[in-house]
Write a protein that binds this ligand. Structure first.
Ligand code: SF4
Length: 363
């Protein structure tokens, strides 16, 4: 959150930045710290950072993992099960990475914890005052891989449960359910199971192209939808279709998809979203579009429905999003859906900091 201000301060006192990454701010804070030991320098540097970080440092003889006190982003600890390095510790942002190298999951790096690994084994340090947790709920909906386990729950199962809840909240008469692949697949399976409708793959994803989310220009992104997805007439022709996706960002992709479904013969298209409307950007480590680009920040559900040209549109409710947690919302961040940001830009100089933050993101 205060990367822009820290960068300004550091540059004013002579630090020379090599990149636009806000992580480099932390490196400069460590380099300019007056503490004597490396750990002292890292602790001092991190105590000046506000907001989200999950970090792994490598030194000549040590590995150091750190997670911010509110625990916005995941970070997990594992141990290798085989080979020469058997018993060695590994750290990753998602548990699916542990499966890849046949490491067993040990536990999460706790919010506010710093772990050091060296010849003398692993040590845990908790140098910061405890803070309320704010684990990112969007990890469950979109960011994490479905084969990962997050905060003790398998992501695929959670997404299916969100789909089931979506069907309970916004059932509609239809002939089939189809996901927007790949991220909408588990929720669509849940929706189909709960509604009793058949699940069909009416949209086929081309696996040889990258995600359109990260394409910066509108023109490239539009072309991206076409080469990414294709609708199947054999499945859709003459059908009333429920199409399930995890979220709507700008609305332009959803509109393309709905047009594609209709061109392939769909008689009705009902869009169902397995999260609440995304009304604000993320300031905690995810490079989301700005508020102005998010269609739900300024449009009602009905206005969005018209824009994307759907016969009906329904989002999951905020309460429904927490169904898999038995309704317990405590300990999670859902600011991009609710506007309740757990860490604010300082009131004083708010606009200046926000401007610096956004400038840094855009660079
Ligand atoms: S603002 Fe949204 S994406 Fe960012 S940490 Fe909170 S829930 Fe996650």
């Amino acid at each position: 959150m205060n990367a822009g201000v820290l960068r300004e301060e550091l540059e004013a006192s002579g630090s020379i930045f090599q990149s636009t990454s806000d992580t480099e701010v932390i490196i400069h804070l460590i380099a300019t710290s007056r503490e004597r030991t490396l750990m002292g320098r890292i602790v001092e540097a991190l105590s000046r950072v506000r907001g989200a970080y999950s970090l792994l440092f490598l030194t000549l003889d040590r590995m150091i993992a750190a997670r911010d006190p509110m625990g916005f982003r995941p970070l997990v600890l594992g141990r290798l099960k085989r080979g020469r390095e058997r018993g060695g510790y590994v750290v990753a942002s998602e548990t699916c990475a542990l499966d890849l190298i046949e490491a067993e999951y040990v536990r999460e790096v706790e919010p506010g914890e710093i772990l050091t690994f060296g010849l003398d084994g692993m040590q845990s340090l908790k140098p910061f005052p405890p803070a309320p947790h704010a684990k990112c709920i969007f990890e469950y909906i979109y960011f994490s891989r479905p084969d990962s386990s997050l905060y003790g729950r398998n992501v695929y199962q959670v997404r299916k449960e969100l789909g089931r809840q979506l069907a309970r909240e916004s059932w509609v008469a239809a002939d089939l359910v189809t996901p927007v692949p790949d991220s909408g697949v588990p929720a669509a399976i849940g929706y189909a199971e709960e509604s009793g409708l058949p699940l069909e793959f009416g949209l086929i994803r081309n696996h040889y192209v990258g995600r359109t989310f990260i394409e910066p220009q509108q023109s490239i992104r539009h072309f991206g939808v076409k080469i990414k997805l294709n609708a199947m007439r054999e499945v859709l022709n003459g059908k009333r279709v429920v199409v399930v996706d995890d979220s709507i960002v700008r609305g332009t992709t959803s509109r393309k998809i709905i047009r594609m479904l209709r061109d392939a013969g769909a008689k009705e298209v009902h869009m169902r979203i397995s999260s609440p409307p995304t009304i604000g950007p993320c300031y905690y480590g995810i490079d989301t579009p700005t508020r102005g680009e998010l269609i739900a920040s300024s449009s009602s559900v009905e206005e969005i429905r018209k824009f994307i040209e759907a016969d009906s549109l329904a989002y999951l409710s905020r309460e429904g999003m927490y169904i898999f947690l038995d309704g317990k919302t405590q300990g999670f961040c859902d600011a991009c859906f609710s506007g309740n940001y757990p860490v604010h830009f300082d009131d004083e100089g708010h606009t200046h900091q926000l401007h610096l933050f956004e400038a840094l993101q855009e660079r």
